[in-house]
Design a protein around this ligand. Structure first.
Ligand code: ADP
Length: 394
């Protein structure tokens, strides 16, 4: 049976081996290529340097810029299915490739919406998907003018429409004293949400329209770096809220109609409402634990989605906490992992190093998933891992 399926699918793509291209050669590309390798799927990665994490593990690394029209077009012509590990890629080239018959997942039109936080918010509004109230502004000056004219009041959150990642294009303005934080960019200005918890639900969809959700995870942030520090699965949620969160994420991927993964970041408000913060149509930091703790990893699920295969079981094998391994403050240069031996000796501690040659403060250098019988035990162990394993420079 399995053989027949393989023949049918691969023959339809007119090749004995399916060539999957990925725009971006970072850690997400690396972990995706490793998953694809399990099925002998040929992976091609495009990024500026083969010294990046995906370099040593993908089948073919092409040096080029995923923001450049010609580079993306030429790269895409060589593969059967094209996907991404980052949203900020040249979508014009993807539209042309799609028109010329290359399978592109996520669909370039959806990607264009998602990579602009303003269009993303409008999409939720149009599809009656819950999100915080917002207004769009062309510049920081336009926001100042609206404040002066009394059309906007504190507190609010300003997000650059296109320049943000890992909290960098986000400014929280609670009062006039915060005005210097205002970003100059075209932005979304949204209500400051009274957040009880931040959670994420990673969902997947294939071309048949089948959808599946991984269990919701809870994010705990490092207040200084504003990066996720602990990612806890299962999330500590009322079962009805958890179910609603998963359904909301499934409705969201169906509304976008994208294939592969969609990571849906949600706020649970203090009055127990769920609001969509943002989405990412690709493997995501909040799904890394699935490699070790679920029946199917997010990377395998992404592959299933983009190749139109049956989606894998998202069942959890065990409770887990995921810790991002960030470069220690004060350390820049060639990397060393202090305490590696002690950490790797601990039961249930699964270390993933991305293979970046140089560290710098708060740079994501790897992650560790800690498996345990329950979340409390996993959290305790995670704290020990954090004290033990440090990313430093020589
Ligand atoms: P990025 O894409 O850079 O990760 P996010 O939109 O996720 O940016 O925002 C980063 C963080 O800022 C969120 O995880 C959350 O803690 C906080 N935040 C974002 N939007 C709001 C909001 N409307 N109200 C309150 N806090 C917010």
């Amino acid at each position: 049976m399995a053989k027949r399926w393989q023949k049918a699918n691969f023959a339809a793509m007119n090749t004995t081996r399916t060539k999957v291209g990925i725009l971006g050669g970072g850690q997400l590309g690396k972990m995706f290529a490793l998953a694809a390798h399990n099925w002998d799927v040929e992976t091609w990665a495009l990024d500026t340097s083969r010294s990046f994490p995906a370099g040593p593990v993908c089948s073919h690394f092409v040096e080029g810029n995923f923001n450049d029209y010609d580079d993306v077009y030429a790269f895409g012509k060589q593969v059967d299915v094209l996907t991404i590990e980052i949203e900020h890629v040249n979508t014009e080239a993807l539209l042309r490739l799609e028109a010329e018959g290359v399978k592109v997942h996520p669909a370039p039109a959806a990607l264009q919406l998602i990579k602009d936080k303003g269009l993303q918010k409008q999409f939720y509004q149009k599809h009656q998907l819950p999100t915080s109230d917002f207004q769009l502004f062309d510049s920081g000056d336009a926001i100042r003018a609206a404040l002066q004219a009394g059309q906007l009041s504190y507190p609010f959150v300003q997000k650059s429409r296109t320049a943000g990642y890992d909290g960098k294009g986000v400014a929280v303005l609670k009062s006039k004293a915060d005005l210097p934080l205002l970003l100059p960019d075209a932005s979304v200005v949204e209500d400051l949400v009274d957040i009880k918890k931040e959670i994420a639900v990673v969902v997947a969809r294939n071309e048949n329209g089948d959808v599946k959700a991984f269990p919701a995870v809870e994010m705990e942030f490092n207040p200084v770096a504003n990066l996720v520090e602990f990612l806890v699965c299962p999330a500590d949620l009322d079962p009805a809220i958890e179910q609603f969160a998963e359904q909301l994420a499934l409705d969201t991927i169906s509304a976008f109609g994208v294939c592969g993964l969609l990571a849906v970041e949600l706020f649970l408000t203090k009055d127990n409402r769920l609001l969509i913060n943002e989405v990412a149509p690709r493997p995501h930091n909040s799904g890394h634990h699935t490699i070790d703790s679920c029946y199917t990893s997010q990377f395998e699920q992404h592959l299933r989605g983009i190749l139109n295969l049956p989606l894998g079981s998202t069942k959890m094998k065990t409770a887990s906490v995921m810790v991002n391994l960030l470069g220690e403050p004060g350390h820049s240069g060639p990397v060393q992992y202090a305490g590696f031996e002690e950490a790797v000796a601990m039961e249930g501690v699964k270390i993933h190093l991305y293979g970046k040659a140089a560290t710098k403060p708060y740079r994501k250098m790897g992650h560790v998933t800690i498996l345990a019988k329950d979340v409390e035990e996993a959290k305790q162990k995670a704290r020990t891992v954090q004290k033990t394993l440090k990313v430093i420079s020589n």
